[in-house]
Design a protein around this ligand. Structure first.
Ligand SMILES: NC(=O)CC[C@H](N)C(=O)O
Length: 449
């Protein structure tokens, strides 16, 4: 059976009339076009303006001039493994993630999926492939929140408001059984295998860990996971928030990334035959220490992202590394030799998964290729030793963008056109932030004499 016949069979089987053709934009927001199922099955050419890849969060155009034409089209090419029924649709519909290809046939360099694929190709040159597992935290807000007032977490249907911290309680999960049941069913339909699931430390804050696997697939799964949660949340009167710090004084939401690398035989290159850590393992850690501060806007892309880094909130404030240490940016979970891995704790849940994975994996391989050496392992609580046991991190979006703009590593690994357009988008978003005067400024400064 030809591919087109298989697609037709799948669409007929599910009674599907339209296909949502998705591309992740620079912020990881799914954008795209709906296409009649018949056109999709016949392989009809689908185009989208290239500028979609560089929209701001609210869809403004960044002040960025492409080389060449003004705003050319790009072609969308379906990633057929991601063709799935849309679990929350009231009339059968499918979705499918797409790659972006410029009209001259080259993969669009500013498309996040291309950026990740290019980094993975460099692993392939060594005969290696990364294995990753993102962990996603998020908050559930009560219906009726508006951005004008502080967000309120949802109140449990049994009348028990989520006013306190209920870390790891199961009651906190049962309160929303109907919502979670629908989420679980949707993740099965979308082929997004979830591993563990907990109520996190903040009120109405949850975490789902995705099962480890291939980095491109995990980026696709993370995109679909976030999309599914938002859509199913709305059906249940909940706003699912993937902001890094939605509630003042409460923990922020991260997207920790666990990373190991396997060779062609599936052996973890971080462990030697005798089970001891290899040089490559330490070089990968060193690469994280050097690369993460230079690529910080890809882990923490918004002004709000940097509010997450507060002491005693299990959020790192440094790039020290240590075994089972949650006060450092790079944690090494204690595990057997086969599962030896490096956890990058810097990314927020607001990061674009394709770009955060690309940046994290690029940093690690850079460390291996340059044979870098990490700092000494940090011991104990190192919240207060920023810069002493490991490199420090940019603490605002402005300074992070400035650093990325000067980074050779960024251009070499992610491409100059991508880096320039990314910075242009972020500067446009920053300008929008600086346009506002906040309640804090009025409260603190309104009565100055
Ligand atoms: N699960 C945890 O380790 C908590 C992480 C914490 N919420 C953060 O922002 O980084």
């Amino acid at each position: 059976m030809s591919t087109n016949d298989k697609i037709s069979e799948f669409l007929d089987q599910h009674g599907i009339r339209e296909v949502e053709c998705l591309v992740p934009d620079i912020n990881g927001v799914p954008r795209g076009k709906g296409l009649p199922a018949k056109a999709f099955a016949s392989g009809a050419e689908l185009r989208l303006c290239r500028a979609v890849a560089i929209h701001t969060v609210t869809g403004e155009w960044a002040d960025y001039q492409y080389s060449g034409e003004g705003d050319p089209d790009m072609k969308l090419e379906p990633v057929l493994d991601t063709l799935k029924p849309v679990p929350w649709a009231s009339r059968p519909r499918a979705l499918c993630i797409h790659d972006c290809v410029d009209l001259d046939g080259t993969p669009t360099p500013i498309a996040p999926r291309t950026v990740l694929k290019n980094v993975l190709a460099r692993y392939q040159q060594h005969g290696w492939s990364p294995v990753v597992a993102p962990e996603l935290e998020f908050y559930l807000l009560a219906a009726g929140n508006t951005p004008e007032a502080p967000f309120q977490p949802f109140s449990g249907p049994r009348g028990r408001a989520e006013i306190g911290n209920q870390g790891f309680t199961l009651g906190g999960l049962n309160d929303l059984a109907a919502f979670w049941d629908e989420v679980y069913a949707a993740l099965e339909t979308l082929d997004v295998p979830a591993d563990t699931f907990v109520h996190e430390l903040g009120p109405a804050q949850y975490e789902i860990n995705l099962l480890h696997g291939n980095a491109l697939q995990l980026a696709d799964q993370t995109l679909l996971f976030k999309y599914a949660l938002r859509e199913i949340g709305f059906k249940h009167g909940l706003q699912v928030v993937f902001m890094a710090k939605p509630l003042a004084g409460e923990p922020g939401s991260s997207m920790h990334i666990h990373q190991s690398v396997v060779d062609a035989h599936g052996n973890n290159i971080f462990s030697a035959a005798d089970g001891q850590p290899t040089e490559l393992f330490y070089q990968f850690i060193a690469g994280q220490q050097q690369g993460i501060p230079e690529l910080m806007p890809l882990f923490c892309p918004h002004v709000n992202s940097y509010r997450r880094f507060a002491k005693h909130m299990a959020a790192p404030v440094n790039l020290s590394w240590g075994y089972d240490n949650r006060t450092v940016g790079i944690r090494i979970p204690r595990s057997g030799a086969a599962a030896r891995r490096v956890e990058n704790r810097i990314p927020g849940c607001d990061a674009n998964p394709y770009l955060a994975l690309a940046a994290s994996l690029a940093s690690g391989l850079h460390g291996i290729e340059q044979q870098l050496k990490p700092t000494a392992e940090a011991e104990g609580t190192v919240f207060n030793q920023e810069g002493e046991t490991g490199p420090s991190l940019p603490r605002t979006l402005d300074s992070a963008l400035e650093r990325m703009g000067q980074s050779k590593l960024a251009r070499e690994w992610l491409g100059a056109e991508f880096v320039d357009s990314y910075i242009a988008v972020k500067e446009t978003e920053m300008a929008s932030f600086w346009h506002e005067v906040t309640p804090w400024e009025r409260r603190y400064l309104g009565n100055l004499v």
